[in-house]
Design a protein around this ligand. Structure first.
Ligand SMILES: Nc1ncnc2c1ncn2[C@@H]1O[C@H](COP(=O)(O)OP(=O)(O)OP(=O)(O)O)[C@@H](O)[C@H]1O
Ligand SMILES: [Mg+2]
Length: 261
């Protein structure tokens, strides 16, 4: 597998803990994500994987610990700061505007990048018009890249699940993120849809150079796609390394077999 070109750290998570009442979702978790890599976060149900992504993009604020993104350290971040800063994500349950077309959903991902005020946008005046043309151009490029020309005008509610997930990926890509967070992008897919999605994830990483954090339950996919894997269990990081290292780790094997600890 092609390894990322640099060992530069894009995101550093240090000693993050997060509790919901009595539930300790994350306990003193630390790891890093290097620029250009596909970094998997795996673990049994309830391990804290989604919570970790929510801390990274500012949906949740950790009780302890800090996140350093592009060299800037914060105890917490607001979601809009995360997206402005270049973090985009997809959700475990598809989150799209269901009545809107695939095209409009992807266009919505551009909104954050629009510089001109809404007033000028509405008037379609001067610089705002030029900007809209540029946005349309980028959106078309993404539609082409994800091979969804045929469904561009279809309301997403009418699309099969696998394609909805692809549109959601498109919306995240429209933000031109430096870090893309994918929460189970292949959940609920059949084999063919999974293969398609795997290919797109690798292509995004190669073609756009986007750094990716990937939560996925399918071990074959994780082992195949990712450069490095962090393993969570009951909110604790129990292993971290290359797919081969993690696969052989006894703690990981026990966690997946449900051995008490
Ligand atoms: N908003 C919340 N309020 C209360 N408890 C929560 C909340 N979000 C997560 N939890 C709890 O935190 C723990 C970790 O949940 P999380 O969703 O992060 O796990 P996960 O690894 O993503 O699991 P899954 O594989 O099932 O998606 C679980 O015990 C869960 O019930
Ligand atoms: Mg989850």
């Amino acid at each position: 597998m092609r390894m990322p070109d640099t060992s530069e750290i894009l995101l550093l998570v240090q000693g993050v803990s997060l509790a919901f009442g009595g539930v300790k979702a994350l306990r003193d978790v630390s790891f890093d994500i290097r620029k250009g890599e596909i970094r998997a976060i795996i673990g049994p149900n309830g391990a804290g994987k989604t919570s970790m992504l929510n801390v990274i993009n500012g949906f949740y604020h950790p009780n302890h610990g800090a996140i350093t993104f592009k060299g800037q350290t914060r105890a917490q971040m607001q979601p809009f700061e995360a997206s402005r800063g270049g973090i985009a994500r997809t959700f475990q349950n598809v989150a799209l505007f269901r009545g809107m077309s695939a095209l409009d959903n992807i266009m919505a991902g551009r909104t954050l990048r629009m510089r001109r005020g809404l007033f000028l946008q509405m008037l379609r005046y001067g610089p705002a018009l030029a900007e809209e043309i540029e946005h349309r151009h980028r959106v078309e490029e993404i539609i082409d890249f994800l091979e969804i020309e045929a469904i561009r005008k279809v309301p997403v509610a009418r699309l099969p699940y696998g394609l909805q997930k692809r549109v959601e990926l498109g919306r995240a890509l429209a933000m031109e993120p430096d870090l893309l967070l994918l929460d189970e992008p292949m959940a609920g897919m059949n084999l063919e849809e999974k293969e398609d999605m795997s290919r797109f994830i690798v292509d995004v990483n190669n073609h756009y150079g986007t750094t990716i954090a990937l939560i996925e339950h399918d071990m074959a996919v994780v082992m195949d796609l990712s450069h490095r894997v962090a393993v969570l269990d009951h909110g604790v990081k129990i292993a971290d390394g290359t797919p081969d290292e993690v696969k052989k780790n006894q703690g990981v094997i026990d966690a997946y077999l449900g051995v008490a600890h």
